[in-house]
Design a protein around this ligand. Structure first.
Ligand SMILES: NCCCNCCCCCC(O)(O)C(F)(F)F
Ligand SMILES: [Zn+2]
Length: 634
């Protein structure tokens, strides 16, 4: 699998700007691009990326999506004076021309296509293009909403043509509906378009009926257009995560795209004057992390909107940091989606029920009680550390938002521990280990004996078990000391090792440990009250398992297509795990073979979004170990 993250930026795209007064367009300023790039530099992220130059998109490439007439009109503006530019701009809804606009728009197209080439050629694994003017509103024959050429739509057509792709996912997390993209692909089943957008029951711009959840696509494209309208402002992290868990991700995994392109607008982030939403910059790290699990990590992130320069810059940095493979920062705060969000999510699931296998047998009431369930869970484990309860009101007191971002962001971009993954190399496993996995030497027997026998004697009888604990404890120690991010140990009894790991972590001071047991194994009763949450994915009911509020068992049988597992992980485990907000995750994989390797690898990868990616996995079957380790260098 390719490695490296491309960053595409050309300061010439900052020359396009508004020459007259227009309160609608005056937020789309050149500084959006330059300040984002400066922010990336200040976090030392530019130097960690592979620089890929922009280029001009050719006329032929632009004609993949736009009409010749649209191209000619755009070209003709280069030599116009201000009066003429103003007149031409008035032909469109919310668009302005500058003499350099045509050139900048061609650079935006070219930068986007350069990124597609870098990813599809394997030169890099993923990347981001910082472009202006944006693209997702522009249509075959019209500019619209600050957009002249539809960068992302052209990229999808280009990728289909040049690389013969048949399944491309476009995720549009900009706060406005990319109606341009919808119109271009609404009859095309090879492009799955997902957009959420501020809608307020068609009150909010562009105020289109076809932006609602029931616009599912036309003809052969039915089921391949997903609109998730936000009918209230103030949507936050929990609403965005719920939208991914309960709408986008199950569809995306079923669609199984060969390439993912993001119309990455950050006006859906806190502080933005257009979006009026509440989601904080680190949510974009989680959204990016989820999408990195698709298409073998082939992910192209293209800038669209974002008008609060500080919020925009932080969100861009969160995105690039995650593309680089850094640990994902913890999301704190309320974890249950608001009622309006749940309603929108249920509506779009119901609208898409006829088109998706994963929705075939799910009654949507499930969602309702899940959202309350995560409420209950939250209450049950309400010993969350008192986060600074910074209430962000939604009026435009940007000072408060600035303050919030200062407070909130200062400890988020923490220095990345040098080694991400540690493991105890079983003979010959080193060829599975990627370059940044460090072999950890086993604890010696006396050390283990002293450490274990004192505290865990009741758990461990025979000596050989004791030895196996050494490797796990050696790794766990490094994780607890935050020297490494995650680790994997083989063990003859995964459940027992996990029980010792849980005890050790709680004793070390980790107050909220999530433990996921996969496969049928005898789980030792958890003795720490409220300091851990156990999720047990098993095929059959645990005999006599005392179900307590900290232990959830998910009885689950893999059916033919295996989609069930995705919706179990995405629709249940992740939401519950995220609501719990653990600061360490322990995964114990038993010997049973009913769980596919891919399922376990996906589970490990997705759970890296929790606890700042601190995970210790104890695996009982050597094959699973090697595969999972190779997964960890994602
Ligand atoms: N009463 C009229 C309000 C018009 N408002 C236009 C908002 C355009 C948003 C553009 C964007 O942010 O979606 C893009 F990503 F394309 F830049
Ligand atoms: Zn926008």
């Amino acid at each position: 699998m390719a490695s490296g993250t491309a960053l595409i930026y050309d300061e010439k795209m900052a020359t396009h700007k508004l020459l007259w007064s227009d309160p609608i367009c005056d937020i789309e300023v050149p500084e959006r691009l330059s300040s984002s790039y400066e922010q990336l530099k200040s976090y030392h992220l530019v130097e960690r990326c592979v620089p890929v130059p922009a280029r001009e998109g050719s006329e032929e490439e632009i004609l993949l999506v736009h009409s010749l007439e649209h191209l000619e009109v755009a070209k003709s503006t280069q030599t116009m004076n201000e009066e003429e530019l103003k007149r031409v701009s008035e032909n469109y809804d919310a668009f302005f021309f500058h003499p350099s606009t045509y050139h900048c728009a061609r650079l935006a197209v070219g930068a986007t296509l350069q990124l597609v080439d870098a990813v599809m050629s394997g030169e890099v694994r993923n990347g981001m293009a910082l472009v202006r003017p944006p693209g997702h509103h522009s249509q075959r024959n019209a500019a619209n909403g600050f957009c002249l050429f539809n960068n992302v739509a052209i990229a999808a057509e280009y990728a289909k043509l040049k690389y013969g792709l048949q399944r491309i996912l476009i995720v549009d997390w900009d706060v406005h509906h990319g109606q341009g993209i919808q119109y271009i692909f609404e009859e095309d089943p090879s492009v799955l378009y997902f957009s959420w957008h501020r809608y307020e029951h068609q009150e909010f711009w562009p105020s289109l009926k076809e932006s609602d959840y029931d616009a599912v696509g036309l003809g052969k494209g039915k089921g391949f257009n997903i609109n998730l309208p936000w009918n209230k402002v103030g949507m936050g992290n929990s609403d965005y995560l719920a939208a991914f868990f309960h709408v986008l991700l199950p569809m995306a995994f079923e669609f199984d795209p060969e390439l993912v392109i993001v119309s990455s607008g950050y006006d859906s982030g806190i502080g933005d004057p257009e979006g009026q939403m509440n989601a904080t910059p680190e949510v974009f790290a989680h959204l990016t992390h989820f999408l990195m699990q698709l298409a073998n990590g082939k992910l192209c992130v293209i800038l669209e909107g974002g008008y609060h320069l500080k919020s925009l810059g932080e969100s861009v940095c969160m995105t690039v940091k995650t593309l680089l493979g850094d640990p994902v920062p913890q999301i704190t705060g309320e974890m249950a989606p608001c009622l309006s969000a749940v309603e929108s999510i249920q509506n779009v699931r119901a609208a898409h029920k006829p088109y998706w296998k994963w929705l075939a047998y799910e009654d949507t009431s499930f969602l309702q009680n899940l959202s309350t369930k995560s409420h209950l869970l939250k209450k049950a484990n309400s010993n969350t550390s008192t986060e600074h309860e910074t209430k962000i009101t939604n009026n435009n007191n940007t000072v408060k938002v600035e303050r919030f971002l200062e407070l909130h962001m200062k400890n988020i971009l923490f220095p990345v521990p040098p080694i991400k993954t540690a493991t105890i190399g079983s003979e010959g496993s080193e060829h599975f280990l990627s370059e940044h996995v460090q072999l950890v030497k086993e604890m010696d027997k006396t050390e283990i004996k002293s450490l274990v026998s004192g505290f865990y004697a009741d758990l461990v009888e025979e000596d050989k078990i004791l030895l196996s604990l050494g490797s796990m404890l050696a790794i766990l120690d490094k994780i607890l000391k935050k020297e490494v991010c995650n680790g994997i140990a083989a063990s003859p009894t995964a459940a027992l090792s996990a029980a010792v790991a849980l005890r050790h972590s709680v004793r070390f001071g980790f107050q909220r440990v999530l433990c996921v047991f996969v496969g049928d194994m005898q789980i030792t009763p958890n003795t720490e009250d409220g300091k851990m949450l156990i999720i047990n994915i098993c095929e059959k009911e645990q005999p006599g398992k005392t179900s307590c509020k900290h232990c959830i068992s998910l009885n689950w049988k893999e059916d033919a297509e295996g989609n069930d597992f995705f919706s179990a992980v995405l629709g249940f485990i992740l939401p519950v795990a995220y609501s719990y907000q653990p600061n360490l995750t322990v995964i114990a994989v038993g010997p049973n073979r009913s769980l596919g390797i891919s399922g376990i690898s996906l589970l490990v990868a997705l759970l890296q979004g929790l606890a700042e990616s601190r995970i210790v996995a104890v695996i009982e079957h050597p094959v699973v170990l090697s595969t999972t380790v190779s997964l960890c260098d994602l």
